[in-house]
Ligand binder design. Structure first.
Ligand code: FES
Ligand SMILES: [Fe+2]
Length: 431
């Protein structure tokens, strides 16, 4: 971190204004959101030509469309006549896009097919480009990224070492089984930062301490604002008193891996290694190919953060994707979008409990679930994320209070938050 961000110590305290000031939000819009690659959706959501999904990024709306040649293009979701949105649903299929206002029509590749009653237009009113405005679009492992900056450097370089670091996980072969979106009453960074640090777990998620070491984590920092935190799972927290016994949470993990906790001879410290052997051996409960994964990846939470606004909780048995999206006009609100993606699991096996997938959810991967728009009262995201959301709804008033005029204080376990702000400032400083 120190070598990539020598300015890091300037971010030990962060002005609270950054979480509500409209001028700062406008700078973020001009220099971060409209200049940076960010994940618009999943390639698996648009398998055939003409399939599209809509992506709302702040004040802009974007359509991402599968092309006849299997490539993917992205356009502003804006009719070139007077600006009506062409699509309003989250997903769809179209041979062409017909504007519902005056029926101007666009082909799948964005080119203008029809200006209705063209003879009634003075040609001077039709000067310039009548096709949809295209946006830079690229993919990595099934994630579709867009960049509103036509001059942006390629996605591959932007992602730095993340693709290599995460190479073992076949995200592009995973299928989305759950898609939840919530409007939160806090700035997008307030929301995201709760998922950039494991520091809060010891008090917010006390139930995980018997089975998660949320203190001694591995932190890796990359160029362009990206990072990775690896949190050991299957090991009691150093804050948890009993470091030896197979507590009920560890017993559950062992069982899940096909090991009988009653006859297990090791201590709590041996659980992770036992699970690694079980998954690599004949007790492969989930029926997955684990051969590409390291030991740590077989148990631990691999939590990469993609600047500016996406995190993954990557596990071989499934991955949770989170995106934190700025509100179109209000810096004290944001949209929190969570996807659960699963590989093909052994017939009849449900995903691990921490994925928060309800029993009635179809996990076959054959049905693309509709996006659920839920609320902070009933987020439908499972126990752990529910606890996080309870913090988030009590943050914005505080960061806007006079009592925070000295700023927000950050410790070593919160280095990724320092990095996020340092990277935002680097973007803002760029011409
Ligand atoms: S605004 Fe689209 S056709 Fe008029
Ligand atoms: Fe949390």
């Amino acid at each position: 971190m120190q070598s990539l961000y020598p300015e890091k110590d300037q971010y030990l305290i962060i002005p609270a204004k950054r979480y509500y000031d409209r001028e700062f939000a406008e700078q973020e819009w001009q220099k971060v959101w409209t200049k940076t690659w960010n994940c618009a959706g999943l390639a698996s959501d648009i398998p055939t030509a003409g399939d599209w999904f809509k992506y709302e990024l702040g004040r802009e709306s974007i359509i991402v469309v599968r092309q006849a040649d299997a490539s993917i293009k992205a356009f502003y979701n804006v009719c070139k006549h007077r600006g009506r949105s062409l699509v309003t649903a989250d997903f769809g299929h179209a041979n062409s896009f017909v504007c519902p206002f005056h029926s101007w029509t666009y082909n799948q590749d964005g080119s203008n097919r029809r200006v209705t009653d063209r003879d009634y237009f003075d040609e001077r009113a039709l000067c310039g480009e009548l096709s949809l405005r295209e946006i830079r679009c690229d993919q990595w492992s099934g994630f579709v990224f867009v960049n509103l900056d036509i001059e942006a450097t390629p996605l591959e370089g932007f992602l730095d070492l993340l693709p290599t670091t995460l190479g073992a996980y076949p995200f592009d072969a995973m299928r989305i089984v759950k898609d939840v979106s919530i409007e939160l009453p806090c700035n997008w960074k307030v929301a995201m930062e709760a998922f950039l640090e494991p520091y809060h777990a010891h008090i917010t998620h006390t139930q995980i301490l018997p089975v998660v070491d949320e203190l001694y984590n591995q932190y890796d920092f990359f160029h362009n604002g990206h990072a990775l935190v690896v949190t050991p799972v299957g090991l009691p927290s150093p804050r948890f008193k009993d470091q030896d016994s197979i507590n009920p949470a560890l017993a559950y993990l062992l069982l899940e891996a096909g090991i009988d906790p009653q006859t297990f001879e090791g201590s709590a410290q041996d659980v992770r290694a036992a699970i690694w052997s079980a998954k690599r051996g004949d007790k492969n409960t989930y029926g997955l190919d684990y051969s590409n994964y390291s030991g740590s990846q077989l148990t631990d939470d691999w939590n990469p953060s993609f600047f500016p606004n996406m995190t993954l909780n990557a596990h071989p048995e499934g991955t949770m994707v989170m995106r934190f999206l700025p509100h179109a006009s209000d810096p004290t609100r944001c949209h929190y979008n969570v996807w659960v993606m699963l590989p093909k699991l052994r017939e009849g096996i449900r995903p691990p409990g921490y994925m928060g997938v309800e029993d009635d959810v179809d996990i076959s991967g054959k049905v693309r679930p509709a996006r659920r728009y839920t609320s902070v009262e009933d987020p439908q995201l499972g126990e752990v994320l529910g606890q996080d959301i309870t913090n988030l709804i009590h943050m914005q008033q505080g960061v806007m209070s006079n009592a925070m005029n000295e700023g927000v204080r950050l410790g070593e376990q919160e280095q990724r938050i320092q990095q996020l702000h340092a990277e935002i400032d680097r973007c803002i400083a760029r011409q």
